[in-house]
Design a protein around this ligand. Structure first.
Ligand code: TXA
Ligand code: MG
Length: 341
């Protein structure tokens, strides 16, 4: 059931549902999340079950602002405070040392916790409504609210960027607040703040340089031991549509298109920054601004999947830093296949 995110009644209804241990489809500026009360281990278990995600795979906890930090985590380094000042609310997730007993199941039992303050007004309205109820003693006493919310898609599949995407995947299983299409379009940048220097665990729309400038400390690439916490073997299948994704340099893509037999044209669709494929082939134009391409990426993959194409041929993206997030998602989508080729 899709509910209008700008309706106070819908926010109230979803807040009540979350307090009772239910799940809610939540718009954020990055992608839609599948939210539950982070303090309620049974509710969090429902997220893992709905997604088909392994229970030791930690979730991001969404909070109303920096005031929630001390409730969930400790040992916040100065560079992290500077990052939060610059980018919260927004598409930045920080990993910190978890306070004992806080969001245990949501953090997959790890000693760390991932926190993000979403900028989307609907997510903010829902968190504010939950905080009101907590202050009034309606539930969870004086506890600070946190919403555990991974992307609202089945494990390993493409993240949703509209309320319709969520409803298509989960039907009537839980209410979905409609906050319109996501403005960012790819998941948040994740920075591990449990070391001397910030470590980039997942690229997003914030570039390493922007993060460096904001906090004055250069980011380190993760060592083997600091790799993002992920269940083994799942990396390759992340962000994969059903169709096979092939990443091709411009010339290789043009050559492949012009030698494609007409009988195969129905099976192939293209996403490239130029548009002159043979007319029988589905093609849409990738914007040449990285932020715009990020906004469209998952919807393009989903739409082609819905049209039943077998292969999506995507032009490789420029090598510059602002494309890092899109490059990362495309490489993961293509990796499922390169591993089995
Ligand atoms: O944009 C986003 O971040 C979206 C929206 C809904 O906010 N959420 C999202 O959540 O992508 P999720 O749960 O799919 O992200 C999980 C990733 C894990 O794969 C891991 O890399 C990192 O967040 N993570 C979560 N908790 C962690 C922890 N305690 N320690 C280290 N990494 C953690
Ligand atoms: Mg996800």
């Amino acid at each position: 059931m899709i509910l209008p995110g700008d309706s106070p009644q819908a926010i109230e209804q979803c807040a009540r549902h979350l307090r009772g241990g239910g799940l809610v489809g939540l718009p954020t500026e990055t992608v839609y999340g599948l939210a539950a009360n982070a303090h309620d281990d049974a509710a969090v278990a429902r997220i893992f079950a709905a997604k088909g995600r392994p229970a030791d795979h930690p979730l991001i906890i969404h909070v109303a602002g920096v005031q929630a930090l001390g409730h969930f985590a400790h040992g916040v380094p100065a560079y992290c405070t500077a990052l939060l000042q610059a980018f919260w609310p927004g598409p930045l997730t920080v990993v910190l040392r978890r306070n004992t007993g806080m969001a245990m199941a949501a953090s997959g039992g790890h000693g760390t916790i991932a926190l993000r303050c979403p900028a989307h007004p609907v997510a903010q309205a829902l968190l504010a409504k939950l905080a009101d109820a907590a202050a009034g003693g309606a539930c969870w006493g004086s506890q600070v609210w946190g919403l555990a919310a991974p992307s609202a898609n089945r494990f390993g599949k493409v993240s949703p960027t509209t309320a319709q995407h969520v409803a298509e995947e989960f039907g009537e299983a839980f209410p979905v607040l409609d906050g319109g299409p996501c403005a960012v379009g790819i998941e948040s940048t994740i920075v591990d703040c449990t070391h001397d220097r910030p470590v980039l665990l997942r690229p997003g729309v914030l570039t390493g340089q922007a993060l460096h400038e904001a906090c004055g400390v250069a980011l380190a690439a993760p060592t083997q031991a600091q790799q993002p916490v992920r269940a083994p073997g799942t990396l390759a299948s992340h962000y994969a549509p059903r169709a096979r994704v092939r990443l091709l340099e411009e010339q290789a893509l043009r050559d492949a298109l012009h030698t494609l037999p007409p009988t195969a044209a129905q099976r192939v669709a293209v996403w490239s920054r130029w548009e002159d494929a043979p007319t029988a082939i589905r093609q849409c134009t990738m914007p040449d601004v990285a932020a715009e391409a990020a906004r469209q990426l998952f919807a393009v993959l989903r739409n082609y999947d819905a049209e039943g194409v077998e292969e999506i041929w995507v032009q490789t993206v420029p090598d510059s830093p602002e494309w890092e997030g899109v490059r990362d998602r495309l490489q993961r989508a293509a990796a499922t296949w390169t591993h089995t080729d």
